[in-house]
Design a protein around this ligand. Structure first.
Ligand SMILES: [Zn+2]
Length: 452
């Protein structure tokens, strides 16, 4: 049974609710690029998946970067003269500039203001700001909160630590028949932000869970890492695994109400780029394909010129293009169960194509074989549907060793799983045979690999 056929037998409503529930469990944690927040997040993923947790010491050199000090936080506030907390970390972890150095002081509002961040255009929202690589402290608050602050003295406290420790990331590996790998990567370093990090984490966790225990062609590696420094650290520490990556996806911002966006790999014509475009075209949802650019999520690192891996980025709304991005409005209401479930289905369909895309040879290339005699043609009393029959004709005609099933899917406009099923039926009838063994590079891959 194909991955997609199996997935389609699940109740989409329940799958969506489970995904959303998992995002809700992860939501309250104050994550950052290092520290106990990301450890706790990985432990919760580990409850669902075998996950290897790696701890890389602060100060470790990784290419042009250095693993930073570890950040942890217990509490933070701004207190008015009457002792009331006017800004309280316990109410939202976004209130603290992520990676703030510790501070405890009393100061007038005028001195405090350069350390306060708001969004005047959305006066009820709290912005999310970070200062990972420049030591600083600050508070993020709604613009209305700022306007309500009267002149006078305020007690401020950020009870954080920034010390030598570790960078933590999680890795789930699933062995397939081939050592060639599919990489699925998502960042796990944002605090209470739902679309930007939790949607990707939830979909990746459930996708990995769905693959567990299956007989697979490729091996799969799922990375749950802090953004940028996590990908750089993993790439620096795993040169052998890097060499085995044949296809990859970064998953992020995948649970909101927007249509799908796929940012192509730097190669632009890798098999993954073709596969995602094909699946999205048949997804029944609006979608847009974006060219590669050296800005965005961790595809920036995987697609840096020294690696140039075939890794694209699958999203719904695109970072910075939606107003809720990096604000308290990217909350659990902003992501929706149905959208999460459909995103998981699209990911499953993508892997289904990767698993089943290969080239075949027609065993009967001189004129059409007589399909009716074999019960494979459309007839008055039923038999094949028109689409099934067309799929069989397309597969037979183009299985000349030069076209993969995906090439045929693109040329015919027929959705890949229907062609894949046609190929299966034709092989059973000995009208078709696989051209290459499973772990041999296919025609499509050869083309994309030959390019710089
Ligand atoms: Zn972000």
């Amino acid at each position: 049974m194909s991955l997609l056929t199996d997935f389609n037998q699940r109740q989409a409503v329940e799958v969506g609710q489970e995904l959303h529930r998992f995002a809700a469990e992860l939501y309250p944690i104050c994550r950052s690029i290092t520290g106990d927040g990301i450890r706790q997040t990985l432990a919760m993923i580990q409850d669902r998946l075998p996950l290897r947790i790696h701890e890389v010491p602060s100060g470790t050199g990784v290419f042009d970067w250095t693993v930073p000090k570890e950040w942890n936080i217990r509490d933070a506030f701004i207190k008015a003269r009457d002792g009331q907390r006017v800004v309280d970390f316990q109410k939202s972890n976004l209130h603290v500039l992520n990676y703030s150095t510790p501070v405890h002081a009393t100061m007038p509002l005028g001195e405090l203001k350069p350390h306060l961040y708001t969004i005047p255009e959305h006066p009820d929202w709290i912005p999310y700001r970070t200062s990972y690589y420049k030591p600083d402290w600050g508070f993020c608050l709604s613009h209305n909160q700022l306007l309500a602050l009267k002149d006078g003295e305020y007690e401020i406290s950020i009870d954080s630590t920034l010390e030598d420790g570790h960078l933590t990331y999680g890795e789930h590996y699933l062995a397939g028949r081939s050592a060639d790998e599919v990489l699925i990567s998502c960042h796990a370093c944002h605090p209470s932000l739902a679309n930007d990090n939790l949607s990707g984490l939830a979909v990746a966790t459930f996708l990995a869970g769905f693959l567990c225990g299956r007989e697979l062609r490729y091996s799969y590696r799922f990375l749950f890492i802090p953004g940028t420094i996590g990908a750089i650290t993993w790439l620096a520490r795993n040169p052998e695994a890097v060499g085995r990556i044949r296809h990859g996806l970064v998953l992020t911002c995948i649970g909101d109400a927007g249509g799908f966006h796929y940012k192509k790999s730097r190669r632009g014509n890798a098999e993954i780029d073709q596969v995602v475009a094909h699946v999205l075209r048949h997804s029944g949802e609006p979608s847009e394909i974006l060219e590669f650019s050296p800005y965005g999520y961790d595809e920036r690192q995987y697609c840096s010129p020294g690696f140039n891996l075939p890794v694209g980025c699958l999203m719904r709304s695109v970072w910075e293009r939606f107003p809720e991005y990096h604000t308290s409005a990217d909350n659990l209401d902003f992501i929706r169960p149905a959208q999460l479930a459909r995103a998981l289905r699209v990911c499953t369909a993508i892997l289904d194509v990767l698993e089943n895309n290969r080239a075949y040879r027609s065993e009967n290339p001189y004129c059409e074989p007589q399909l009716g005699r074999r019960g494979l043609y459309r007839s008055k009393d039923g038999g094949a549907s028109r689409e099934e029959m067309m799929a069989r004709l397309w597969v037979l005609n183009f299985s000349d060793g030069k076209h993969s099933l995906l090439d045929i899917a693109e040329r015919s406009g027929i959705f890949f799983p229907i062609l894949s099923e046609a190929a299966h039926v034709l092989c059973q009838q000995e009208l078709l045979s696989p051209l290459l063994s499973d772990d041999v590079v296919q025609a499509t891959e050869k083309v994309s690999r030959a390019l710089p």
